[in-house]
Design a protein around this ligand. Structure first.
Ligand SMILES: NC(=O)c1ccc[n+]([C@@H]2O[C@H](COP(=O)([O-])OP(=O)(O)OC[C@H]3O[C@@H](n4cnc5c(N)ncnc54)[C@H](O)[C@@H]3O)[C@@H](O)[C@H]2O)c1
Length: 336
């Protein structure tokens, strides 16, 4: 069964390509390389022994999408392509709304023309805005605290309305908590452009000497050590959730949101300590003032995915930091 993976050369998309291939699907990749490298294709072949079909281009290119959908019988689209830097979204909101929202609408229109009715969407725990209670379940009110977050809220809303209007449409929104880790082969991982926005790659780059010091924003939160607590999930668990969700709902219709998290929160300093053990070094950090918009704690109630998809995270913190470190040492500067 052929599926289209948009953003399939990015961090999570590329790991999903492997999981889909291992599960017997034929993933076709579409990526505009705005935040990834063609070299990921070589890594995918190294890991799987398979050559994947790749189209370079934007999800808003109607002609290109029509070419893909005419050349292949695509059963569903796994939609990862998006801009994802929260800070950047506050200074370039229009680029974010354009790329993440308008382009998704265009893609849905072309999908509809070709009778492709199934979509798995990369959503985010950011759609819960400021948590009103913890753990966050799927019934928590939806909101956002920055333009990136609003793009996820908007696309979810669009998908919901689209499914209401089209009785054969299926949209699965997977709300990721904090994806970390790397492929256990050490051949694929996260290689952010420039200064990393996320904690784990920042720690990894500090451990290997690319960054001098980690900034820890706030040590006076109401958490066990005063630093912010988040729900980190190994990318391998995350991508398994995509395969499980698609398999479960493949004959279904409607809009189905799921949290993908572990339910276990770790603080910034827990992450530093775990990473130090994997890298067998001390990671230098300094305490800085709190960052505006950050909350003390954020973690998932992932029981819905367990109940309906029979999915739960199985990788522990050590696997997350060991796998990240293996990737970081193999490719200190990413794939470039
Ligand atoms: N990594 C996280 O912490 C996180 C958390 C929650 C949700 N998400 C979501 O998961 C998805 C994947 O995230 P990631 O971490 O793999 O990001 P990534 O930047 O590594 O991957 C996104 C890929 O999409 C491509 N892309 C972007 N816009 C495109 C367009 N218009 N047309 C074609 N390709 C395009 C990029 O080149 C990149 O390869 C995104 O939708 C992101 O918002 C990520």
């Amino acid at each position: 069964m052929k599926v289209l993976v948009t953003g399939g050369l990015g961090f999570i998309g590329s790991h999903t390509v492997i999981a889909l291939f291992d599960a017997g699907y034929t993933p076709i990749i579409l990526d505009n390389l705005s935040n990834s490298s063609r070299r990921v294709l070589t890594q995918l072949t190294k890991i799987t022994g398979n050559e994947f079909e790749f189209y370079e281009g934007c999800i808003s290119d109607r002609a290109l999408l029509s070419t893909i959908f005419s050349a292949h019988k695509i059963e569903g689209v796994f939609h990862f392509a998006a801009l994802k830097a929260v800070g950047e979204s506050t200074v370039q909101p229009l680029s974010y709304y354009h790329n993440n929202v308008s382009h998704t609408i265009t893609m849905l229109e072309v999908m509809a023309k070709h009778n492709i009715a199934k979509l798995v969407f990369s959503s985010s725990a950011t759609v819960y805005g400021d948590p009103q209670y913890l753990p966050l379940d799927e019934k928590h009110p939806i909101s956002a605290t920055n333009p990136y977050g609003w793009t996820k809220v908007m696309v979810e809303r669009i998908l919901q309305d689209y499914c209401t209007a089209n009785s054969d449409a299926l949209a699965i929104a997977l709300r990721y908590f904090n994806p970390v880790g790397a492929h256990p082969s050490g051949q694929l991982g996260e290689s952010p452009n420039g200064i990393p926005n996320n904690l784990m790659p920042y720690i990894a780059q500090t451990a290997i000497g690319i960054r001098e010091q980690l900034n820890v924003f706030g040590d006076d939160y109401d958490t066990h050590d005063g630093t912010g607590v988040r729900d980190y999930i190994h990318v391998q668990d995350l991508v398994a959730g995509h395969v499980d969700a698609f398999k479960h709902h493949v004959k279904d219709v409607g809009f189905h949101p799921y949290n993908l998290g572990t339910g276990q929160g770790y603080s910034v300093l827990d992450m530093v300590a775990a990473f130090s053990q994997s890298a067998k070094c001390t990671i230098d950090y300094k305490i800085c003032p709190r960052r505006e918009g950050d909350v003390a704690s954020n973690f998932a109630d992932a029981s819905k995915a367990k109940q309906y998809l029979n999915w739960q995270a199985t990788h522990d913190l050590k696997a997350m930091t060991d796998d990240s470190w293996r990737w970081q040492t193999n490719y200190p500067k990413g794939l470039e």
